[in-house]
Design a protein around this ligand. Sequence first.
Ligand SMILES: [Zn+2]
Length: 304
Amino acid sequence: MPVYTHSACLGHDTGPGHPESSQRLAAVIQALHDQLPGLDWREAPRATRGQLLRVHDEHLLEAVLEHSPAARTQLDPDTVLSPSSGEAALRAAGAGVAAVDAVMHGDAERAFCAVRPPGHHATGGQAMGFCLFNNVAVAAAHALDKHGLSRVAVVDFDVHHGNGTQAIFEAEPQVLYLSSHQQGLFPHSGARRERGLGNIMNVPLPPGTGSRMFQEAWVERLLPELEAFRPQLVLISAGFDAHWRDPLAQMQLDAADFAWLTGELCAIAGQHAAGRAVSLLEGGYDLQALRECSVAHVRALMAG
Ligand SMILES: [Zn+2]
């Protein structure tokens, strides 16, 4: 199975003490290398301007790419731009595009993108919440425009709501956005009543939610919606910050829960999408949890 990554993604420097550090991605890459020797490692290309402009405004591209700060600049209290951040953001978004091309060309059924910065908080016009470009949204828009798909699902199990992905697609019925997330956390969106055109479904979960409640939410609400949509491609915003060890949230999942959900998503992709699923790394801020969860998730994608 292809795994797209790029060394530039390690060069995005958020500064000392920032939870979204390059150690996160280094831990994921190392764990996948050590524990899943059969992976097909590929260098992520840069996303093109045209690919980014499908979902982002010109002024966001300028802010991220044309402004080359000599040192670090804060775009907001959480979101940092360092001299190498533009290149990292281009490679992270380009990974998703290349992975979509690979599964659409039948080169592989599934693919994983081991990238940072993460993407799901970035809106069309604004970088936020550690995210510069919305990698999964760029990938979804590419699948619609380049490959002519008309039903693309974005499944987001990061512990935070993917407000950016929702905002980009809430008026686009060709994209279904499904999210489970912890209630009351950043970015404070993702209420059940936010339905877009009926193509958005949010299931906020209380702090302390463990395996049973999480699996129930997916089995009873989110997976039936995905099934009914009959996606031609399943994209996954794979954040592992709902793990019990994570320092930024209070959910109680473990690696087996992520493996379980991945298996369910692959089964639906198998029924409707010729098996096609592309997963992109989002959050996850405990290194040990990230190692275990990314291996469990990628193993389930390979088995799917
Ligand atoms: Zn998150």
